[in-house]
Ligand binder design. Structure first.
Ligand code: KG4
Ligand code: ZN
Length: 356
């Protein structure tokens, strides 16, 4: 089965073709980082317009590189939420029109399900069940993943997401957008323990986290320091990363202990962070567990994870396989991952509502 994946939920236009017969994956990405960097964050209207400009050429490029025509596509998977409404509408509009014209099914994919399942695209994937730490720009959640489509929320951020905390810290330190990679790079020059920031909710006994206090603490340090020299900026970045990584590592260990599981999957943009990876690898290795990551280029938003999640929904979860109708797909800018259901749990009509 060949599934075309389309991702336009935020600031990356991603397209991929997943071929289940060969496990071949061809994908293309257009990042809007340059477009938004002047504003220090994503400007929704600019994002939508840029998706309009880039989506069709990316689809053409992916099909050319895969040696396929449009008629060779068996199904189309598209991110229907959560995300920016206008940006989602671009992907869903194009996917719906293609599905209708080609008489192929269109699967509405939850963006976070794409992230959660993305480590299954590696040569040595985790097996179900596992704990997933989902750390992106908009979400920080710990999930018990029992099977595809069956997600139990164990804990989440009470305020800022981890990626948001990285991006805001970057802004305070005068670094570019997106802030995660820049803060991570600068932190490598910082001296450990040169200053002390809080480890919020470290000993709360729950699996929830909170990063807004950490952000405020960074802001206070920056204000007090006045003119920041390069070393002080690096020291702040180092302590911020150490604090955030320590908290996330402790919560992952607690989640594994409570679920009695030994496999941890880390997904979402912040999962690309080298400090977080080395801390989790070391912590799990010392307990006989194992951490799984998506392929490096699939940590941040991309079309491949959407194509794959769509394929799983169609083949394992009984998602509707009828050709798309002329009725436009609904976008769901706010959409709780735990509202999703596995195919065996709901009727086709319900599934259509859940997924569309
Ligand atoms: O998953 P993602 O691409 O988009 C969302 O669905 O939100 O995540 C983007 C977030 C941004 O906040 C970005 O700063 C962060 O992931 N990020 C990183 C790194 N690479 C991306 N944060 C820390 N270290 C990184 N290497
Ligand atoms: Zn994402």
């Amino acid at each position: 089965m060949r599934v075309l994946g389309i991702e336009t939920s935020c600031d990356e236009t991603g397209v991929a073709l997943f071929d289940s017969a060969t496990n071949a994956l061809v994908h293309a990405l257009h990042s809007q980082v340059k477009l938004h960097s002047a504003y220090g964050g994503v400007v929704p209207e600019l994002a939508s317009r840029d998706h309009v400009r880039n989506l069709a050429p990316l689809i053409r490029d992916v099909l050319d590189r895969a040696g396929c025509e449009r008629r060779d596509i068996d199904a189309i998977a598209v991110t229907a939420g959560p995300g920016l409404a206008g940006a989602l509408l671009v992907g869903c509009g194009v996917a719906g029109a293609m599905g209708y014209a080609l008489h192929k099914p269109v699967v509405a994919v939850h963006h976070l399900e794409g992230h959660v399942l993305s480590p299954l695209l590696t040569a040595s994937p985790p097996s179900f069940p596992f704990v997933c730490l989902l750390v992106s720009g908009g979400h920080t959640q710990l999930l018990h993943v029992r099977a595809p489509g069956q997600y139990v929320l164990l804990g989440e951020t009470l305020d800022d997401a981890a990626g948001e905390a990285f991006d805001k810290t970057a802004q305070m330190l005068g670094l570019g957008y997106p802030g995660g990679p820049e803060v991570s790079r600068l932190a490598q020059f910082g001296i450990a323990g040169a200053l002390r920031l809080p480890r919020p909710m470290m000993d709360s006994g729950t699996l929830d986290v909170s990063f807004s206090g950490l952000k405020t603490a960074v802001s206070n340090v920056v204000r007090r320091a006045g003119n920041l020299c390069e070393q002080v900026r690096a020291d702040i970045a180092r302590e911020f990363v150490d604090a955030l990584v320590e908290v996330l590592t402790a919560k992952c260990l607690l989640a594994l202990e409570r679920t009695q599981l030994s496999q941890l999957v880390v997904a979402g943009g912040v999962g690309a962070n080298v400090q977080l990876r080395s801390s989790l690898d070391a912590a799990l290795a010392s307990r006989g567990g194992r951490v799984f990551y998506p392929p490096a280029e699939l940590c941040t938003d991309n079309g491949a994870m959407i194509a794959y999640a769509g394929y799983v929904r169609l083949t394992q979860l009984g998602e509707c396989t009828e050709a798309a109708s002329a009725v436009p797909l609904k976008v769901r800018p706010r959409w709780d991952l735990c509202d999703l259901q596995g195919g065996s749990l709901s009727s086709p009509t319900e599934r259509r509502t859940v997924g569309a």
